[in-house]
Design a protein around this ligand. Structure first.
Ligand code: MN
Length: 321
């Protein structure tokens, strides 16, 4: 087919350069977490239209969850490779054990960052004194040169920073004059922000970073675009400031994620990140064979999680969006 006009009108196809690209709004899908009564989480990363924000490659948001009704969190020993896990709570408490020998309690406002590297295994169980569980679980992809890093576990409780209209907790990277001392393998930003009712906040950010805003409660506008509760607003690189507005009468809470676009293709399957189908099948086999690679978690009263069956097709890399 061809344009049949004899004198086709000139059409300007270039986008207006003065306008910043629009914020993308990613909605969550509900995923049962597993465990005795299968608590449900809201997953915004990865999804078809976006795999990564910086090195952030996985975002689960859950609660407020009435533990008496849902059974809370009870995740039996399971492995990770090629990634770091970030646990961040708003309410409740989770007991963490891993094959490095770490035994820690994840509490509101405190970062717990576990490096899977070449291989680790862990358990996550909400404690008996927890009545309401509410928080996020995030993963960070490790760059090639560090994806076989040694197992590690870091804990950090940031001092909240009061700025005009908001309370900010910077758990990774730097923002609002505060900087987290926690080591990461790529530049990252991770912060909890509670916006006062009707407050507007303009954050100076690194223009090399892309950003995501996961709204936990309230009605938020990110650079003029409405992002509702449980949605993830995405703003691409090139911005020197991010404008956040709470359009509601109540405080609004969000988690801000950022980092320079991750340039490597990754293959992500179950709890593993690799670079190829073979990386994943090897990791799965090592877990099924109870290899030293993932070590052993002590103190969990139950069996380890078996790996799911691999699909019949070859696993393919995620797109770099
Ligand atoms: Mn895990």
């Amino acid at each position: 087919m061809s344009n049949a006009e004899t004198e086709p009108a000139e059409v300007r196809c270039a986008a207006s350069v003065s306008e910043e690209p629009r914020v993308e709004v990613l909605s969550a899908r509900d995923v049962p977490l597993g465990g005795p009564r299968a608590m449900t989480v809201r997953r915004t990363l990865p999804q078809r239209s976006r795999s990564l924000i910086g090195a952030w490659c996985f975002a689960d948001h859950y609660g407020p969850d009435d533990v008496a009704a849902t059974g809370g969190m009870d995740v039996a020993p399971h492995p990770h490779t090629g990634l770091q896990t970030v646990s961040w709570l708003f309410t409740g408490e989770i007991e963490h054990r891993d094959s490095l020998g770490s035994h820690a309690f994840v509490r509101p406002g405190e970062l717990n960052l576990m490096t899977g590297g070449h291989g680790i295994s862990h358990t996550e169980v909400s404690t008996p004194r927890t009545t309401v569980l509410h928080g996020v679980q995030l993963w960070v992809a490790l760059p090639e040169e560090h994806r076989h890093a040694e197992r590690d576990f870091q804990h950090y409780a940031p001092e909240p920073v009061r700025v005009d209209g908001a309370l900010v907790r910077v758990f990774l990277g730097s923002l609002c004059g505060d900087a987290s001392p926690v080591r990461t393998f790529t530049p990252l930003l991770g912060a909890e922000i509670v916006l006062d009712p009707h407050a507007s906040l303009t954050l100076a950010v690194d223009p090399a970073f892309e950003h995501g805003v996961l709204v936990d409660q309230g009605s938020v506008r990110l650079a003029g675009t409405a992002v509702d509760r449980a949605e993830l607003g995405y703003a691409g690189p090139g911005r020197e400031a991010l404008e956040l507005t709470n359009t509601s009468e109540e405080p609004a809470r969000l988690v801000l994620l950022g980092g320079p676009p991750f340039e490597e293709e990754i293959v992500m399957w179950w709890n593993f990140i690799g670079r190829s189908h073979e990386d994943i099948t090897q990791a799965r086999q090592d877990w099924e064979n109870a290899s030293e690679r993932f070590g052993e978690v002590h103190g969990y009263p139950g069996d380890r999680l078996p790996a799911p069956e691999l699909p019949n097709t070859r696993l393919r890399p995620r797109s770099l969006r």
